[in-house]
Design a protein around this ligand. Structure first.
Ligand SMILES: NC(=O)c1ccc[n+]([C@@H]2O[C@H](COP(=O)([O-])OP(=O)(O)OC[C@H]3O[C@@H](n4cnc5c(N)ncnc54)[C@H](OP(=O)(O)O)[C@@H]3O)[C@@H](O)[C@H]2O)c1
Length: 251
């Protein structure tokens, strides 16, 4: 029987890794999801939903589940679970790898303004001097938008995976789930008369489409920098993660 690998998921890369492991007979993947999305995208192999109760709970889960390895393939901004993964793997003496997709880099025609966090991004938007009532597209998690409610004179358009009530009166919500493409992103920005965008440097293929659309329209983008990466070993692609696992698992 193939070794069990626990994948901390919630990303495109985690789904692709589960498919590669299951499809290639390399391992039996179990993908853990935090349970934030009402209808998560389908994943190859087994899925478990919900937190572990901190690093001690995750360590216990790793031991009890007889896992041969742990891959932290969570979002680059999901800092807490990544720290828990590293600590739990040490405690349970289970090999652990972090899979973190590369950050986006600005091209020559991109108009990016970097910010350290959401509060910094809100301040940077205020400093842009946009005309009153300009619309700003927020490609951010709904839990992270509170700072923008304080920016005077701007309207916001927030995109969420699941429908939600507008978090404040000056914020419209639109529902959208990736993958996205540049043409559709451009249509959205034009339809909503967007004058600027704020997002985090999540990286990844389909998230890039909104940045390409912003560049095509000449819009400024306030880009929130990534937090420090998880502790090593860290790889940047599903292919590298598959090789790392293949070298450690029995077939
Ligand atoms: N942060 C983002 O912008 C973002 C974007 C897209 C997708 N996601 C995905 O959404 C999930 C939650 O992200 P977050 O930023 O809220 O995480 P976080 O702040 O780092 O984690 C908060 C808590 O949620 C639980 N948790 C997080 N990821 C989990 C997973 N994959 N499986 C089981 N439990 C998990 C853990 O609870 P316990 O301590 O109880 O174990 C963790 O302590 C992650 O799977 C991430 O990959 C996040």
């Amino acid at each position: 029987m193939a070794d069990r690998v626990l994948i901390l998921g919630g990303t495109e890369e985690a789904r692709a890794l589960a498919a590669a492991l299951a499809g290639g007979g390399i391992a039996a993947p179990v993908t853990a999801l935090a349970g934030r999305t009402a209808e998560p995208a389908a994943v190859a192999g087994a899925v478990r939903i919900g937190g572990f109760g901190g690093p001690a709970g995750l360590a216990e889960h790793l031991r009890d589940g007889g896992y041969a390895a742990l891959v932290d393939a969570t979002h680059p901004f999901a800092r807490q679970i990544s720290a828990h993964a590293a600590e739990a793997a040490r405690t349970a003496a289970v090999p652990r790898l972090a899979l973190v997709r590369p950050a986006w880099e600005p091209g020559a025609r991109d108009r990016w303004i970097e910010a350290a966090d959401e509060a910094g991004a809100a301040a940077a938007l205020g400093d842009l001097g946009l005309p009153g009532e300009s619309a700003v597209f927020l490609a951010l998690g709904r839990q992270r938008v509170a700072a923008f409610a304080e920016v005077p004179g701007l309207r916001f358009v927030l995109r969420t995976v699941d429908p939600i009530e507008p978090p404040w009166p000056g914020c419209r919500t639109v529902v959208g789930r990736g993958p996205f493409d540049e043409a559709a992103e451009r249509t959205l920005l034009e339809t909503e008369s967007v004058a600027a965008m704020a997002c985090r440097n999540s990286g990844g293929g389909s998230g890039r489409a909104k940045l390409d659309a912003a560049r095509a329209l000449g819009l400024p983008v306030v880009m929130i920098r990534r937090p420090p990466p998880p502790e090593p070993p860290v790889v940047a692609s599903v292919a590298e993660a598959t090789v790392w696992l293949s070298e450690r698992l029995r077939r």
